[in-house]
Design a protein. Structure first.
Lengths: 285, 176
């Protein structure tokens, strides 16, 4: 929290230096995903040196929130060593305020799903995830947050509700939460998920970051594609979350680099300006 | 209830269409054949296509122009353990086309693969021979203009290396 209000943050995946320069005037933090700023080298997967040069040049103007995709924290077989190596390198080179991951798995028995699924909310999954969260908290000296992910398959259930499962992880490990308003809108539209009940049960004292995004509806499914600006249902839910979670330290607008040709830099910057005035009661920096 | 590993393995098998759901697990039995499972496959394929389009731009555009991208990406997605790292996934995709029956497709894939290797720090010179002007091919793919035809009797030799100031050089090497 900066000066008593949440910070504003936006995604950056590299290779758009003019957009980065404009965003730095509008946001307090930049969200990076180690997966997205990596490249393939002869020595394996490493941080992309050109993108890292851009980010290191920006470090005097901002701090970074690290948001991972590839850790696969809920894989029974083990989390990704490649991802951890990238994370180590990011922490070595950039000022990171905190980092986060999705509460899901992307890999099974060595095979990549190409998407992400939530684990069943069982004692076995809880123990496994808590062990990995504790490992991350011991490894890096900044807070670690978990984000609930969108459903694509019907709920696989378990012995905990969605919120109770996250509460148990936080209670056991001391981690925080990313609350993603757009994910909840997707689940509400796609599966009639009761987002209000989820938020009422979730211990929002652990909520440290709010995510906002937009996306298309395809074949009747609202897609978690981060390809559009935020819409009113997402903003309305975000307002409810902010009212109920005063400890939220950052609001992050997430957009996909591949969506930039259709979104346009101007629209992204206008969105950030609008989010700042709407949610932070503040003028552009 | 099945263990976490069994649950995840069963979902993977359902997603890949390899095995029916275990009949003793009502959740997995419900997922099998559901519209959500079909959608999950589409989502995975969608993200695969997004990654390949951004890494293998010219080959993807070439395949698009020939109405072959959708089929190519579906075959790739079904047939490979696609890396979550898009440059590695791009290499996997391009390597499949090196022996493609359509020579220009194979040539374009070879060019993009060479560029990825050079960007990854591989030393040496990568050579790709074209039966048509590669500059004209790239220009056509960029602008949407008609693709150039093969030029019988001509070979354009494109060499790619990090040792070259402009990364690539091209010369007309021989008449066949």
């Amino acid at each position: 929290v900066l000066n008593g209000r949440p910070a504003l943050c936006a995604t950056y995946e590299g290779g758009e230096p003019r957009l980065l320069e404009r965003m730095l005037a509008l946001v307090d933090y930049i969200e990076i995903s180690p997966d997205s700023i990596s490249c393939t080298t002869q020595d394996g997967i490493r941080l992309n040196p050109e993108i890292m040069a851009e980010l290191e040049n920006a470090r005097s103007a901002t701090r970074f929130l690290v948001h991972g995709v590839g850790l696969s924290i809920a894989s029974a077989e083990g989390r990704s060593d490649d991802y951890l190596r990238l994370l180590d390198d990011v922490f070595e080179r950039l000022p990171v305020a905190w980092h986060s991951e999705h509460l899901g798995f992307t890999r099974v028995a060595g095979e990549h799903l190409g998407t992400m699924l939530p684990p069943p909310r069982t004692e076995e999954a809880l123990d496994l995830i808590c062990g990995r969260v504790s490992e991350l908290r011991a490894r890096y000296a900044v807070p670690f947050l978990l984000e609930h992910i969108v459903r694509i398959l019907p709920d696989c259930g378990g012995t905990y509700s969605d919120a109770a499962f996250m509460n148990a992880i936080a209670r056991e490990t001391g981690c925080g939460f990313v609350v993603d308003a757009y994910n909840l809108v997707c689940d509400r539209e796609n599966f009639a998920f009761d987002a209000d009940a989820f938020l009422a049960e979730l211990d929002l004292g652990h909520a440290k970051e709010l995510h906002l995004a937009g996306g298309e509806t395809y074949k009747g499914f609202r897609m978690d594609a981060h390809s559009r600006l935020t819409d009113e249902p997402t903003r309305a839910l975000a307002r409810d979350i902010l009212d109920a979670a005063p400890g939220i330290g950052a609001i992050t607008f997430e957009f996909l680099k591949q969506a930039l040709p259709s979104l346009g830099d101007d629209a992204v910057c206008a969105e950030l300006t609008d989010l700042r005035t709407t949610f932070l009661d503040d003028k552009p920096r | 209830m099945t263990s976490l590993a069994e649950h995840q393995r069963a979902l993977l098998d359902l997603m890949r269409g390899r095995a029916p759901a275990p009949s003793e697990d009502p959740y997995l039995a419900g997922v099998a054949g559901s519209r959500e499972l079909d959608f999950l496959r589409e989502v995975s394929l969608f993200w695969c296509a997004v990654g390949i389009r951004s890494t293998c731009t010219w080959t993807a555009r070439w395949l698009d122009r020939h109405g072959a991208f959708a089929e190519a990406i579906a075959a790739f997605h079904a047939g490979e353990n696609v890396s979550p790292y898009i440059e590695t996934a791009g290499r996997q995709f391009l390597e499949r086309f090196l022996v493609h029956a359509d020579a220009p497709t194979a040539t374009l894939a070879a060019l993009e693969l060479a560029l990825l290797r050079v960007q990854a720090g591989e030393p040496g010179v990568f050579r790709v021979d074209w039966d048509r002007n590669p500059n004209a091919v790239i220009r056509a793919l960029r602008t949407g203009d008609a693709l150039p035809d093969a030029e019988p009797g001509r070979v354009y030799r494109l060499e790619i290396s990090s040792d070259f100031a402009e990364l690539m050089r091209c010369e007309l090497v021989e008449a066949r």
